[in-house]
Write a protein that binds this ligand. Structure first.
Ligand SMILES: NC(=O)C1=CN([C@@H]2O[C@H](COP(=O)(O)OP(=O)(O)OC[C@H]3O[C@@H](n4cnc5c(N)ncnc54)[C@H](OP(=O)(O)O)[C@@H]3O)[C@@H](O)[C@H]2O)C=CC1
Ligand SMILES: CC(=O)[C@@H](O)[C@H](O)COP(=O)(O)O
Ligand SMILES: [Mn+2]
Length: 386
C-alpha cells in the first residue's frame, strides 16, 4: 500500500490522481490533501477518502470545514502556506504527489525532500524556479523525484536500463497548443475562451495558456535539464500535433526510443506511483495506431513562438534568470486570464522582466523567493490600472 499526500487535490492533475487511487484502492490511499478554494470538492474528498489532514488556502474556508466536520475528530484541518507544507511532509505518507500550480510549490517540495519523501512531481514551476536547489537537496536526502509531466515521464520510461553517457539528445514533443493553426498576425485579439481550448488535453487554465504561448514547452525544456541532468543543447523540441508520441530519447548509435499513448495523464501519474512496477490500466482507452492514422512532425518555429526562445535563453543563463522567467510568466498569464492584457502581451511582459534583471548565480532559497516576488510586483506595476 502506498500512502499518498496530495498537493493540489482539486486541480486537473489532483483529480486524475484521485481517479488512479479509485481504480486501485488496494494499492493507494490518500492520507493528506491540500486544495486552494474549491471546498465543494474538498467536502466530497473528505467523505470518500477520509484523509487525516486537509489544508485549504484561506482561513475562512478552514473555519467553514472545521465546523462542518466537527464530529470527525480524527481529521486535522489547516490553511495557507503552513497547511501546504504540513501536507507535503505528513508523516504517515510514503509519497508526495505535488500537483499544485506555480512556484508556491517550491517550499513544500524542499521540506518534503528534507522529510525524506519520494515525490511524484507534476508542479514544473518548482523545478523551473529553483531546479538546482530541488535536485541538490533530493540527491543529498536520497529521495526520488518521479516525473508526472507526460513528456518527462516518456523520457524517464525510455531511459530505463540505459546509460546516461549514451544519450545523444532528448526530443520533447509539442502539440502546438490552441493557436497552432494561426499566424502571429491572427493572434491579435484572441480571447481567453479560445486560448483555453487545447486540441488534445484537458488541463488547468494556466498550463493551457502556457501550451498556447509555447511557454509550456519552454518550462518543460528547463524541467528536463534538471530532471535528466543534460545541457540545453541536448534538449530539442519537435512539433507533433497528435500528442501520441509523448517524447523520445536519441542515443549515440542513432537508435531512438519513444513512449506512446493516448493523451491521458492518468498513465504518467500511475507510473510515477508504481515505478518501477506497472499496474493494469482500469477502464482506459488503449492506443490504436491504425485508428490514429498519420502522425505529423515538424521543426519548431522559434519566430512563431518567442516564449520558447526566452526559456532556452534564461535556462542557459541559469541562476535567477529562470526564476524571473517563471514568475513573470505566472503573473502575465494571470493578467491575461483576468482580462487585463492581451494574449500577445504575455510575451512582451515576460521579455521586459527578463531584460530588466541582472542575473544572480547559485541563488539560495531566500534570494529565489525575493526575486520571484519582485518580478511579480514588476509585472503588476506594468499592468496596473488596466
Ligand atoms: N493538467 C495537466 O494535464 C498537467 C499539469 N501539469 C502541471 O501540474 C501542475 C498542476 O496543473 P493543473 O492540475 O493543470 O492545475 P489546476 O489549476 O487545475 O490545479 C491547481 C491546483 O492547485 C491549487 N492551488 C492553486 N493555487 C494555490 C495556492 N496558492 N495554495 C494552495 N493551493 C493552490 C488549486 O486549488 P483550487 O482549484 O481548489 O483553487 C488546484 O488544486 C502545474 O504545475 C502544471 O504545469 C503538468 C502536466 C500536465
Ligand atoms: C499533458 C502534458 O504533459 C502537458 O504539459 C502537455 O504537454 C501540453 O501539451 P503541449 O504543451 O504539447 O501543447
Ligand atoms: Mn507536458
Amino acid at each position: 500500500m502506498k500512502y499518498i499526500s496530495l498537493l493540489g487535490a482539486t486541480g486537473s492533475i489532483g483529480q486524475q490522481t484521485a481517479d488512479v487511487v479509485r481504480a486501485h484502492p488496494d494499492q493507494f490511499k490518500i492520507v493528506a490533501l491540500s486544495a486552494g478554494k474549491n471546498i465543494e470538492l474538498v467536502r466530497t474528498y473528505i467523505q470518500e477518502f477520509e484523509p487525516k489532514l486537509v489544508s485549504v488556502q484561506t482561513k475562512e474556508d478552514y473555519h467553514v470545514l472545521k465546523s462542518e466536520f466537527f464530529s470527525k475528530k480524527d481529521i486535522e484541518f489547516m490553511y495557507g502556506d503552513e497547511g501546504l507544507t504540513a501536507v507535503a511532509v505528513y508523516d504517515q505518507a510514503t509519497i508526495l504527489v505535488n500537483a499544485v500550480i506555480g512556484s508556491v510549490g517550491l517550499y513544500p517540495t524542499l521540506q518534503a525532500i528534507k522529510a525524506k519523501k519520494d515525490i511524484a512531481i507534476a508542479n514544473k514551476e518548482t523545478l523551473v524556479t529553483a531546479g538546482h536547489l530541488v535536485i541538490n537537496e533530493a540527491k543529498k536526502a536520497g529521495v526520488r523525484l518521479l516525473p508526472v509531466d507526460s513528456e518527462h515521464s516518456a523520457i524517464f520510461q525510455a531511459l530505463q536500463g540505459e546509460k546516461e553517457k549514451n544519450i545523444e539528445r532528448l526530443v520533447i514533443t509539442a502539440s502546438g497548443g490552441s493557436f497552432r493553426d494561426r499566424t502571429r498576425e491572427e493572434l491579435k485579439g484572441v480571447t481567453v475562451e479560445e486560448a483555453l481550448n487545447h486540441p488534445n488535453w484537458s488541463m488547468g487554465a494556466k498550463i493551457t495558456v502556457d501550451s498556447a504561448s509555447m511557454m509550456n514547452k519552454g518550462l518543460e525544456v528547463i524541467e528536463a535539464h534538471w530532471l535528466f541532468d543534460l545541457p540545453y543543447d541536448k534538449i530539442d523540441v519537435l512539433l507533433h500535433k497528435e500528442s501520441i508520441i509523448h517524447s523520445m530519447v536519441e542515443f549515440h548509435d542513432s537508435s531512438v526510443i519513444a513512449q506512446l499513448g493516448t493523451p491521458d495523464m492518468r498513465v504518467p501519474i500511475q507510473y510515477a506511483l508504481t515505478y518501477p512496477d506497472r499496474l493494469p490500466l482500469v477502464g482506459r482507452k488503449r492506443l490504436n495506431l491504425a485508428d490514429a492514422g498519420i502522425l505529423h512532425f515538424s521543426d519548431m518555429d522559434f519566430t512563431r513562438y518567442p516564449c520558447l526562445q526566452f526559456a532556452y535563453k534564461a535556462g542557459k543563463m541559469g541562476g535567477t534568470m529562470t526564476t524571473v522567467l517563471n514568475a513573470a510568466n505566472e503573473a502575465a498569464v494571470a493578467a491575461f486570464l483576468s482580462g487585463k492584457v492581451s494574449f500577445l502581451e504575455i510575451e512582451t511582459l515576460i521579455e521586459k522582466a527578463l531584460n530588466q534583471h541582472s542575473v544572480i548565480t547559485l541563488p539560495d532559497l531566500e534570494t529565489i523567493q525575493e526575486v520571484d516576488l519582485m518580478t511579480r510586483q514588476y509585472i503588476e506595476s506594468l499592468v496596473k490600472d488596466r
